[in-house]
Design a protein around this ligand. Structure first.
Ligand code: ATP
Ligand code: MG
Length: 424
């Protein structure tokens, strides 16, 4: 036997036993996105590498060590499997001029790729659902985005399992002033800075505060806070955002150390976190990125969005027992004997055209073994067809989930009979 080829580490198959859970989640997501007026955008999974370097930032975990980058040997072009969805979406918006005299509310969903150490809630291929609201200054849209995510938790039954953390990153000038003070502060703690901290000291000091190293927590907590460097406008934006969120009755925690792992954010940033998934606790993260569109060659326009890790939400739903049972069909057709297959196929078509889901047993097998399969399929009823039924123009309808006797009905009445037992 030839040697088996396996999937890439950290890249998972979703098998039928689980895929219905994804389908359930996606159905809820689609309805929710539509309710908030978002439209779907689908961009390629591969983009040119400089797009991500320029938008995510040179000195970030993603660009420094997580990207799947390669050279397209045919034309010597540097390419990357997308590690997130915002860069590609904005690239497309600029390329197709989607903000010409208008605003946009866009959503995307699909696989993202990051070369990280695989563990629970962290994979090398994972899936994000994300939205981008473009051309709006906020803070009203900033609040709607937060309210929208809160509504999703409510619809999924997760409202009690996640907590909202918010912060503001101010504007460019405010960050520059804070940065100067921060570097000074960090220089005073050179002796305890770890390798990451030293490397980022001058390139991205804000990210030093984002450290997960317990030895640095106290130092990070005492660092100059960006919020103390905010000017009037940024302060007003932040206060406006908070009062709108509060008016909607959404609870939040202000976390002055929330800086996000990507460089493009400014003003409002937020995360939804849970304590129920170990250290992979952030299920949704987002913020404002007013300079990004211009940075990608577009006419300046503000933007705000978020990305949600679908696997993490699904893990949380599973943990809480909030995922549906597998979907089953309405009817399973057991058939055997002269003319039974053709008769069964016609009947199956009629049922499907009437809105029912039907599996017909294919191939020869005894009634007994077909009945076993019918039972295992989870179908609401078995429709039994032998030679007698074919010649009499009838079908035996046997309820499989309800304690009811089987009935023999005329073929013309099968739709009405099965619909009485229809699976939901
Ligand atoms: P983390 O701090 O967990 O590494 P991040 O800041 O890198 O997250 P973002 O780039 O903001 O994450 O992506 C948005 C969301 O996508 C995260 O909040 C998380 O839910 C999910 N996510 C990010 N990386 C992974 C991964 N490798 N596997 C699964 N989900 C991920
Ligand atoms: Mg990360």
């Amino acid at each position: 036997m030839a040697q088996k080829i396996q999937a890439i580490r950290g890249m998972n198959d979703v098998l039928p036993a689980e895929s219905h859970q994804w389908e359930y989640f996606e159905t809820v997501l689609r309805g929710w996105l539509h309710d908030y007026g978002y439209q779907n955008i689908r961009t390629p999974i591969v983009e040119s590498t400089p797009l991500f370097v320029r938008s995510i930032g040179e000195v970030t975990d993603i660009v420094e060590k997580e990207m799947y980058s390669f050279t397209d040997g045919l034309n010597n072009e540097p390419l990357t499997l997308r590690p997130e969805g915002t860069a590609g979406t904005l690239r497309a918006v600029v390329e197709h001029n989607l903000l010409y005299n208008t605003t946009q509310k866009l959503w995307y969903m699909g696989p993202m790729f990051r070369h990280e150490r695989p563990q629970k809630g962290r994979y090398r291929q994972f899936h994000q659902i994300g939205v981008e609201a473009l051309g709006m200054n906020g803070p009203d849209i900033d609040a709607e985005i937060v309210a929208m995510t809160a509504e999703l938790w409510r619809r999924l039954g997760l409202a009690g399992s996640v907590r909202l953390e918010i912060n503001t990153l101010g504007n460019k000038d405010e960050r520059a002033a804070h940065r100067e003070a921060l570097i000074k502060y960090l220089e005073g703690h050179l002796d305890i800075l770890d390798e990451d901290g030293k490397r980022r000291l001058y390139s991205n000091p804000l990210r030093v505060l984002d450290t997960k190293n317990p030895a640095l927590q106290e130092m990070a907590n005492g660092a100059p806070r960006l919020i103390d460097y905010l000017g009037e406008e940024s302060r007003r934006h932040y206060e406006g955002w908070k009062s709108l969120i509060a008016a909607l009755g959404i609870e939040y925690v202000e976390n002055p150390r929330l800086v996000r792992g990507l460089d493009y954010y400014n003003q409002s940033v937020f995360e939804w976190v849970t304590t129920e998934l170990g250290s992979q606790g952030t299920v949704c993260a987002g913020g404002r990125y007013d300079g990004l569109i211009e940075q990608l060659g577009g006419k300046p326009a503000p933007g705000i969005g978020f990305g949600m890790g679908m696997e993490r939400v699904l893990l949380l739903l599973a943990e809480k027992g909030l995922l549906p049972q597998r979907r089953t069909v309405d009817a399973f057709i057991v058939n055997q004997g002269e003319g039974a297959a053709a008769y069964a196929m016609q009947l199956a078509q009629q049922l499907r055209q009437a809105g029912m889901s039907v599996v017909q047993h294919m191939g020869d097998a005894s009634f007994k073994s077909q009945m076993k399969k019918a039972d295992g399929s989870g179908a609401a009823v078995a429709l039994i067809i032998g030679e007698n039924e074919v010649s009499a123009g009838q079908v035996v309808v046997k309820p499989l989930r309800a304690e009811q006797a089987q009935e023999t009905v005329a073929a013309a009445n099968v739709v009405a009979t099965v619909s009485r037992f229809k699976a939901e």
